[in-house]
Design a protein. Structure first.
Length: 66
């Protein structure tokens, strides 16, 4: 599942730690998602997208809201 998490995090000028604090998602999890070593649950996807003020589909383009 390709993702654009790092791109949106950097665009928001956040380090992984900053995204961790804003989203409540563990830093190790964020790192693993960015390396594509971990497929996040829908809840984790929502938390990260909300913290970055984007939609889940922005980060994970193949994801639909349906």
């Amino acid at each position: 599942m390709p993702n654009r998490l790092r791109e949106f995090r950097e665009r928001a000028k956040l380090a992984q730690r900053g995204l961790n604090v804003k989203s409540g998602v563990a830093g190790a999890t964020i790192s693993a998602i960015e390396r594509w070593d971990y497929r996040p649950s829908p809840l984790t996807q929502e938390r990260l997208a909300k913290a970055l003020d984007v939609t889940v589909a922005d980060i994970w383009p193949e994801k639909t809201d349906a």
